[in-house]
Design a protein around this ligand. Structure first.
Ligand SMILES: [Zn+2]
Length: 136
């Protein structure tokens, strides 16, 4: 079965992120000079502009910082899933990450709820990073 939804453009800056996701890991860039973590990928540290940038495995844990529910069909490929949630996850390392919370009813997704990353293979090249509610 082919994956019918839009796929990310993989380039030299984000390739390590997608390679890690394919292995079931959430990796983010960090700064070797100031210790800052960020997402999306950038060639320099957005905090101190250092070029001493490295990729490190993140915990995959975070909490829901914001949530919304999409009812409008912006792309026909998502028609069967509407309404679906789009959440901003505040990762333990600091960055905000936009994704979906899977396996939970909308009513059960609350601001501040703990979540953890899970991985959904879309194609041979792309594995999507989603989140599920953490065990309480
Ligand atoms: Zn820095």
């Amino acid at each position: 079965m082919t994956y019918a939804k839009p796929l990310p453009s993989i380039d030299r800056w984000n390739k390590p992120f997608w390679d890690a996701a394919r292995q079931g890991e959430l990796q983010l860039q960090t700064c070797e000079d100031c210790g800052h973590w960020w997402f999306p990928p950038a060639p320099v540290c957005p905090s101190c502009l250092s070029t001493r940038v490295t990729w490190k495995r993140a915990s995959g844990r975070g909490k829901i910082w914001s949530r919304c529910r999409f009812h409008h069909i912006y792309d026909k490929a998502f028609a069967d899933e509407a309404p679906y949630n789009v959440c901003m996850i505040e990762l333990e390392e600091g960055p905000l990450f936009i994704s979906n919370v899977v396996g939970a009813a909308w009513e059960d997704i609350g601001i501040g709820d703990a979540v953890e990353a899970c991985f959904e293979k879309a194609t041979e090249e792309v594995t999507l990073v989603r989140f599920k509610l953490a065990e309480k």
